[in-house]
Every structure is written in structure tokens, then in C-alpha cells.
Design a protein around this ligand. Structure first.
Ligand code: ACM
Length: 508
């Protein structure tokens, strides 16, 4: 009878008391509502079951998220078990099904318990708790709101281990603060990879010791001829640190042998004819190449890759490899193989765009499918894991429709439904789930010059890609997603971001 009453009450309770109607994005694996609410009060505390740096870091992060809008203290206390009135975060290593990023959230009338095997899982679970608060939680000043969380349990873990986005800081340069904002969007939707495209024809964006002209000359402009910019190694470390604090891995990309005009303009000796080309501020591709026959090219690459490897704790080094139309095919193959050796000698796993599959890779290397299904299939047959970023579905820089002013359209228009309605494991019949490491949505920035423009192309499509990576395909549904996104619109409004208000979404 008690169980029946529970079921009955969860269906008749007001929406704010119904955990199943909370509209969380990405959709959690399993949600059971119990039809009541937990009331957050000025003396609600965050309690942690371990006094570790990781736990204190996460508790501090939660307090800092919840303080501005609630105006409460959010004291952090170390104690073994949950207590009435509080939100308890606990590591408990006995839930193998949750893996390293999963969590179990129990919201009762008198307490909240978030459990995970690892801090990473707690961090993902925090993002769920955050979405259970009323949308005013996003404000920066105290709000007169009754802070209630619907009761029930959520058991949740990701489908893919690699869920990310690429940000191109080469076509237009973005300062550290913008990259941190980008990292925060990834964190919010439980993504765990930031791929930074650090060099291209129009700009070199990372300081490399011993090669000062890369940044002094190569970093001095951008598409359209603006002043460009670059990250010092200290600034890059700060980006990595900020991402790491959010359990996000940074993958640095230095694109080569093509997409290298900025480097070639900085150092004449990297060119086969020994002459530096002019800096380039247009948007054409496929015209530049490092000189694959010169030893200095490989000394240069060794310096760049060893310094970036040192600065980057994650396991991956992305070497681009796309659109090298100005490199002879055999030279390209020889080059990619040499660079693969340099990357592995630094203890990193090589990642590159699908063109690198032509080079006959080590099976440990990872291939990012963007445009070239045959190469993606070849990579899978060779045993390489794939990151799925098909341009016609996953490119954040494609326009939404013909009326969108920002963005490009060479891979078609990508409305919010087209961005959501596909699945990595069924994208190509030849590529199965076992071949796929995960999903990334790239933001190329030929047309993107500032934070607002970035927001417009990224939001809300990023949320759909986050769900494709996190939620099992069997639980994804456009009809359900569009209602959750509509509900989430209030939150985006409160965040004050410049998101695209698609006509396909019944915004509230
Ligand atoms: C790419 O869009 N050239 C990877």
C-alpha cells in the first residue's frame, strides 16, 4: 500500500515535486520520483565523507555555485554519514555499475545523498542537482525563491567515455576567460573533453620555448586581420588546471602538415624553398604545407610536441592532418608516421582527423571522423578507435538555417533537430559502438569573433551533443528532448546567454 501511495503521489504532485518531470539534460539513465520535496534552508550544509583534496574541491565548487542566488552560507563539513537537513557527498567504492563517472542521487524529504565511486562521478552528479534547483539559481545575486528539490532517486552513468567539443582559437583568438566559459558549458552538461585547435593558417596560439617567432609573428593576426593573440605557457596551464578541476581533459591540437601558414610565415626554414610566405587572414584551406623533407621540420615538431606533452596531463596529442592538399600523398604518409613516433615517444596517444587513416596507423592511434566516411571505415578496420564528429551533423559552426547570419553552410544547415537526431553507432553501418571512443562537436571560428557569437552557435546545440554522448540511444527521443529543452530555456535565460531560440522548440 505504501508503494502504491508513492506511485500515486508522484503522478499527482505539482511539477516541481515530480523528479520525473525535472527535464534534466542529458537525460539520466534511471529516475524514480517519490512525489515530495527537500527544502533547502539557510543552514543547509554540504557534508563530505572524506577530508580529501578532491572532495573539498568539489564541495567548494558546489558552494560557489549555490551561494550567489540563495544568499546562504553553504558551510562545508567533514562527517562520515548523511544528516538531516543537509546535502551529503560521499565516495563509496562499491558500485561497479556506476563506473568512474556515474553517480547515485537520493533526494529524501529530510536529506540529499550523492554517492559515487570517484570524485569525477560526484562532479557529474552535482550538475544534475544544479538543474533540480529552480532556474533562478543561475542568478548572481540573492533571489527571493523557495529552494525546493523534488524527491526520488537517480542512477546515472555515461554511454561513451569521451564526450567533448573542439574550440578553434586559431581562426579567431579567444582569451583565457572565454575558454573558461566554454569549459563551464561543457561541465554543465557532463562533457569531459575540451579539444583546443591551437594552430592554423591564420594563427599560432601557444608559446613554444626556443621558437619565439611562432607567437610574435604567427600569433599576431587572425581571420579578417584583427590583432590575434596567443596563450603563454602559464596561461595554457591555467586553462588545463581549470578544466581539470571540472574533470575535463584538454586535448591540444597542432594541425600539420597542412593548415600551417602561420608557422611557415614565422620561420622561413620550415618552407621547402626557404622563403616565408605572408601572414594569411582569409578563410581558404589546403594551400600550406610544412616541408616534409627537411630535418628541421621534425626538430620543430619534437620541440612543440614535447613541450605541449609536458604541459598537458591528458593522454592525447592531436596532430590535425586534415586537408593537406599541398603535400604529396607519399610525403604525407611518411610524415604522419614520423610524427606518430614523436607523439608516442612522449607517452601520448596520437589523434588526428580522418585523413590520417591513409597513413597506415598504429592501432592505438585515434581517428576523428569529420568528412570522409571511407577513411573512418578504414580506421575501424585497422583497429583504431573513432571520435565521431561528422560535419553534416556535429559541426557547431554550421548555420541553423538559411536566415542565420553567423556560421558556414558547406556541410548543410544544422537545425536543433538535425543536430540531435542521429546516433554515432548507427551513423555508418560499418562502424559499431565498439569502434567508437565517443563524440565531439567542433566549433570552427572563421565567422565567430566574440563570446556572444560563440554562445549563439553553441547553445543550444551543445546540449544535444552532450545527450548523444551521455544517454543510451534507446532513451533518446526528439519529442521528449524538445520538451526538456523548452523547459531548460528558462535556465538559459537566467544565465543571460545569447542562445538560439529555434522555432522548433516550444520555449516556455
Ligand atoms: C576540418 O573541418 N577540416 C577537420
Amino acid at each position: 500500500m505504501a508503494a502504491l501511495l508513492h506511485i500515486f503521489s508522484s503522478h499527482t504532485a505539482p511539477a516541481f515535486q515530480n523528479l520525473e518531470k525535472a527535464g534534466i539534460i542529458p537525460k539520466p539513465l534511471k529516475v524514480q520520483a517519490t512525489g515530495s520535496f527537500f527544502q533547502v534552508r539557510p543552514n543547509t550544509r554540504i557534508t563530505i565523507n572524506r577530508d580529501s583534496e578532491g572532495m573539498k574541491g568539489i564541495a567548494g565548487y558546489v558552494a560557489q555555485l549555490l551561494r550567489p542566488a540563495t544568499g546562504f552560507d553553504w558551510k562545508i563539513i567533514h562527517q562520515k554519514s548523511a544528516s538531516p537537513g543537509n546535502i551529503h557527498l560521499m565516495i563509496s567504492n562499491n558500485q561497479p555499475n556506476l563506473g568512474d563517472e556515474g553517480y547515485k542521487l537520493t533526494i529524501a524529504r529530510d536529506r540529499v545523498i550523492l554517492k559515487a565511486n570517484e570524485c569525477k562521478g560526484l562532479f557529474r552528479g552535482i550538475q544534475t542537482i544544479r538543474q533540480l534547483f529552480p532556474p533562478e539559481i543561475e542568478r548572481k545575486t540573492p533571489q527571493d525563491v523557495s529552494w525546493k528539490l523534488a524527491t526520488g532517486t537517480i542512477t546515472d552513468y555515461p554511454t561513451y567515455s569521451h564526450r567533448g567539443s573542439m574550440l578553434d582559437v586559431a581562426r579567431h583568438f579567444f582569451p583565457v576567460e572565454d575558454v573558461k566559459a566554454y569549459i563551464d558549458w561543457l561541465a554543465r552538461y557532463k562533457m569531459n573533453v575540451l579539444h583546443l585547435h591551437l594552430s592554423d593558417d591564420q594563427g599560432w596560439r601557444i608559446e613554444i620555448n626556443g621558437w619565439p617567432k611562432l607567437t610574435r609573428i604567427g600569433g599576431s593576426t587572425e581571420v579578417g586581420g584583427g590583432k590575434g593573440g596567443y596563450y603563454t605557457q602559464e596561461e595554457y596551464k591555467e586553462i588545463v588546471r581549470y578544466a581539470r578541476e571540472r574533470y575535463i581533459t584538454v586535448i591540444p591540437e597542432i594541425d600539420m602538415p597542412g593548415h600551417t601558414n602561420a608557422a611557415l610565415a614565422s620561420y622561413p626554414e620550415l618552407n621547402c624553398d626557404g622563403k616565408a610566405p605572408d601572414l594569411y587572414t582569409g578563410t581558404k584551406v589546403g594551400f600550406s604545407s610544412l616541408c616534409t623533407h627537411k630535418e628541421i621540420t621534425y626538430r620543430f615538431i619534437e620541440d612543440v610536441i614535447s613541450q605541449l606533452s609536458e604541459l598537458t596531463p591528458g593522454p592525447y596529442m592531436h596532430i590535425g592532418g586534415d586537408e593537406s592538399h599541398a603535400t604529396e600523398k607519399q610525403d604525407y604518409i611518411t610524415f604522419i608516421n614520423r610524427v606518430q613516433d614523436i607523439v608516442t615517444s612522449q607517452g601520448k596517444t596520437l589523434v588526428g582527423w580522418n585523413e590520417i587513416a591513409e597513413a597506415g596507423l598504429n592501432p592505438e592511434s585515434v581517428v576523428q571522423l569529420w568528412h570522409g566516411n571511407e577513411q573512418g571505415i578504414q580506421a575501424a578496420e585497422n583497429g583504431n578507435q573513432l571520435i565521431m564528429s561528422p560535419s553534416e551533423r556535429a559541426y557547431l559552426d554550421m548555420k541553423y538555417d538559411s536566415t542565420t547570419t553567423l556560421g558556414l553552410d558547406w556541410a548543410g544547415y544544422i537545425e536543433v533537430d538535425r543536430a540531435y537526431n542521429w546516433s554515432p553507432e548507427t551513423y555508418l553501418p560499418e562502424i559499431g559502438k565498439e569502434d567508437i571512443l565517443g563524440v565531439e562537436c567542433p566549433l570552427w571560428t572563421e565567422t565567430v569573433t566574440n563570446r556572444e557569437e560563440m554562445e549563439y552557435l553553441v547553445l543550444p546545440r551543445l546540449l544535444g551533443y552532450a545527450e548523444i554522448g551521455w544517454t543510451p540511444a534507446s532513451l533518446q527521443s526528439w519529442e521528449d528532448y524538445k520538451l526538456r529543452l523548452a523547459h531548460h530555456g528558462r535556465r538559459l535565460e537566467e544565465m543571460g546567454v545569447n542562445f538560439y531560440r529555434s522555432d522548433l522548440i516550444p520555449w516556455k
